[in-house]
Design a protein around this ligand. Sequence first.
Ligand SMILES: Nc1ncnc2c1ncn2[C@@H]1O[C@H](COP(=O)(O)OP(=O)(O)OP(=O)(O)O)[C@@H](O)[C@H]1O
Ligand SMILES: [Mg+2]
Length: 307
Amino acid sequence: MSDYLIETKQLTKIYGDQTVVRDVNLHVKKGRIYGLLGRNGAGKTTIMKMILGLTSITVGEVDVFGHNIKGHEKSIYPRIGAIIETPGFYPNLTGTENLEIFARLRGTAGPNAVKNALEVVGLPYKDKKLFSKYSLGMKQRLGIANAILHDPELLVLDEPTNGLDPIGIAEMRGFIKHLSTECGKTILISSHILSEIALLADDIGIIDHGVLLEESTMKTLEKKNRKYILLRVSDISKAMLILEQKFRVSDFDMYDDHTLCLYDTSLDMAAINKALVMHDVSVISSQLCNDTLEDYFKRITGGEGIA
Ligand SMILES: Nc1ncnc2c1ncn2[C@@H]1O[C@H](COP(=O)(O)OP(=O)(O)OP(=O)(O)O)[C@@H](O)[C@H]1O
Ligand SMILES: [Mg+2]
């Protein structure tokens, strides 16, 4: 079986003559938090809706739990919890009453499901407060509680922190982390806020104008946030050999055919330059760089940074 809980293959959505999602190959691994990052209109909600069967797929495929969603809806969807846009809660009922209705409608929740779900998001059970009197933060929490009522293995959360203040955002982050680390849920979450994804996600997909520009682990991406030495040389293979054998350098990447990124900035560059030249490797340039994650996003999305 595949390692992925969600895998999309060439997923594409066309509205009229506009392609809003193009050839997206997403890979969400079991037990991880996958952050889908993209500015407004990038296609995040549309991708999630296609995964959840809430809008049709124009071209491509979605596999969830190792099966194509087409024809397996009944076995797949009860194992997923989701928040897509605002859930339709009844304003004149309390949070507990709302959840009890949803639990009954879904028919799969256990006897303590409502109590347990409210506990995870820190809302009181059997509280008298009506939903219409809830703050936005409480409404968002109730949305999460509703999504986890039936104890799903996979959560799909579309911008759950939208509109929250910094404290609300931090609290929401806490619930989501808890669901991942303590309850073992796999989570696909979207956001247009870079720092939010950076703090929460294990893996990240960057979407821009419907195209998945990059997909990697957060760890790999953080490397791009480090200080490094960009070394341009005439013969990269020879240079790598000298660095490894003479200077015991192991933490580096090939940037392109002539350029290396050395992540140990305490290296004695004068000695390295000298050794390279002595072995007939010309050093075209050597430069200390400090790319922030923000710089990186600006570069790959070709414009303004994302929040
Ligand atoms: N029903 C629809 N009909 C036509 N175009 C649509 C429809 N739904 C979405 N779009 C377009 O598809 C594109 C992607 O929209 P989507 O809502 O998926 O983006 P998003 O990344 O979720 O944005 P946001 O951060 O604002 O929520 C946008 O250009 C949007 O206008
Ligand atoms: Mg959206």
